[in-house]
Design a protein around this ligand. Structure first.
Ligand code: SF4
Length: 63
C-alpha cells in the first residue's frame, strides 16, 4: 500500500509518527509526511491504525 499526508489538513499532533515512525516523520514545519514509497507489508496494520487515529483525517491511502 501507499499513503500520503495532506499537509493542508495535518495539525502536527504527533500521532502518526509515534505510531509508525518507519513510515511517518515530521518535516521542518512540524507537519507529518511519508518517508517511504511503499509501506512494508508488516507495517500495513499499523498504518491503517494511524489513518483511523488521525484526528483530522489527513492520512489517506493512494493507488
Ligand atoms: S495523525 Fe494526522 S494530524 Fe497528527 S501528525 Fe499525523 S497526519 Fe498530522
Amino acid at each position: 500500500m501507499k499513503v500520503k499526508v495532506n499537509q493542508d489538513k495535518c495539525i502536527g499532533c504527533g500521532t502518526c509518527p509515534s505510531l509508525v515512525p518507519e513510515v511517518f516523520d515530521f518535516n521542518d514545519e512540524g507537519l507529518a509526511h511519508v518517508i517511504v514509497d511503499e509501506v512494508q507489508e508488516n507495517l500495513e496494520e499499523e498504518v491503517k491504525d494511524a489513518i483511523e487515529s488521525c484526528p483530522v483525517g489527513a492520512i489517506s491511502e493512494i493507488e
